[in-house]
Design a protein around this ligand. Structure first.
Ligand SMILES: [Zn+2]
Length: 239
C-alpha cells in the first residue's frame, strides 16, 4: 500500500490537545481537500480521567469526526516528554515517511511541561529531518512552514482562522473524549477551567472570532513575517 503524503501535520502532546486548540482548522483544511494528519506524542496514561485504551478509541472517533486521514501515537511517556536525540529521531522517521508540507505545533509557552517541550522537540526534529547525511531511514524531508497554535488569551496572534462553519463539529470531536469531558460531576473541575468546558472553549474561539469580525476563530503565531501580494484582498475591515 502506498504511504500517504500529508499536506498538514499537527503534532501535540496529548490526545484531545489538537481538538481543543485547532480542531476547527483541521476540519476546515480537510474540507478543502488537504490531507491532514495528527501525531499525538503520548498515550495519556497520566491523565486524571480515563485509561490510555479508552483515550485511543476516543482519539480515533475524534479523528473521524474531524476528517483527518491519519492519526498516530509516538508512545512517549506522558508528562515526561523530553527533547532528547532519540525522541527527535522518532519524529524524524515520521516526517520522512509522511512528508508534510506544513507543521502545526503547540505554542512554546504553557502550563503543562509537555505542552512547551513538544514544540521545541518537534522543531528540532523538523530541522534534522532535512539533513542529507542524517541516517534515520527514509529520504530527507523538511516541512516548508511551521505554525504555532495558541492556547491563551494573553498573546496577540499573527493571524486567526475563521472556524464559524466548523465550530459545532469541533465541539462534537471534543465530545468524543467522553472519559475526559462527559462524565464530570457537577462542579467537578477540569484542569484548565472551573466552568463548563464546552462553554469555555466556545468563549475562547468567540473571542478570537471577534478579532477578525467573524463568529468563531482559532489563533496562530508564526515566527516569520506574513507576506501580502494583493492589498485589496486583505480581510478584516478597519472602519
Ligand atoms: Zn495536553
Amino acid at each position: 500500500m502506498k504511504t500517504i503524503k500529508l499536506d498538514i501535520l499537527a503534532i501535540a502532546a496529548h490526545r484531545d490537545d489538537v481538538e481543543i486548540t485547532l480542531g476547527g482548522t483541521l476540519i476546515k483544511m480537510a474540507e478543502k481537500g488537504y490531507k491532514v494528519g495528527v501525531l499525538d506524542l503520548t498515550r495519556g496514561e497520566m491523565g486524571s480521567y480515563g485509561t490510555p485504551a479508552q483515550r485511543e478509541k476516543e482519539a480515533r472517533k475524534a479523528a473521524q469526526i474531524m476528517g483527518v486521514c491519519l492519526r498516530e501515537n509516538l508512545g512517549l511517556p506522558d508528562s515526561k516528554i523530553e527533547n532528547t536525540y532519540e525522541n527527535r529521531l522518532k519524529i524524524v522517521r515520521f516526517l520522512r515517511k509522511y512528508k508534510p508540507e506544513l507543521l502545526i505545533l503547540p505554542y512554546w509557552k504553557g502550563r503543562h511541561p509537555d505542552h512547551y517541550k513538544t514544540p521545541e522537540l518537534a522543531y528540532e526534529a523538523a530541522f534534522l529531518s532535512g539533513l542529507n547525511k542524517l541516517k534515520a531511514g527514509g529520504e530527507k524531508h523538511r516541512p516548508r512552514k511551521i505554525l504555532y497554535s495558541l492556547a491563551y488569551y494573553d498573546e496577540k496572534p499573527s493571524f486567526v482562522v475563521d472556524i464559524t462553519e466548523q465550530m459545532d463539529r469541533k465541539l462534537e470531536a471534543i465530545r468524543a473524549y467522553s472519559s475526559q469531558f462527559m462524565n464530570l460531576k457537577p462542579g467537578q473541575e477540569v484542569p484548565f477551567t472551573k466552568t463548563d468546558v464546552f462553554e469555555s472553549i466556545r468563549s475562547y474561539n468567540r473571542y478570537f472570532g471577534m478579532m477578525i469580525q467573524k463568529g468563531y476563530g482559532e489563533p496562530y503565531l508564526m515566527k516569520e513575517t506574513m507576506e501580502v501580494e494583493d492589498l485589496l484582498a486583505l480581510g478584516v475591515n478597519s472602519i
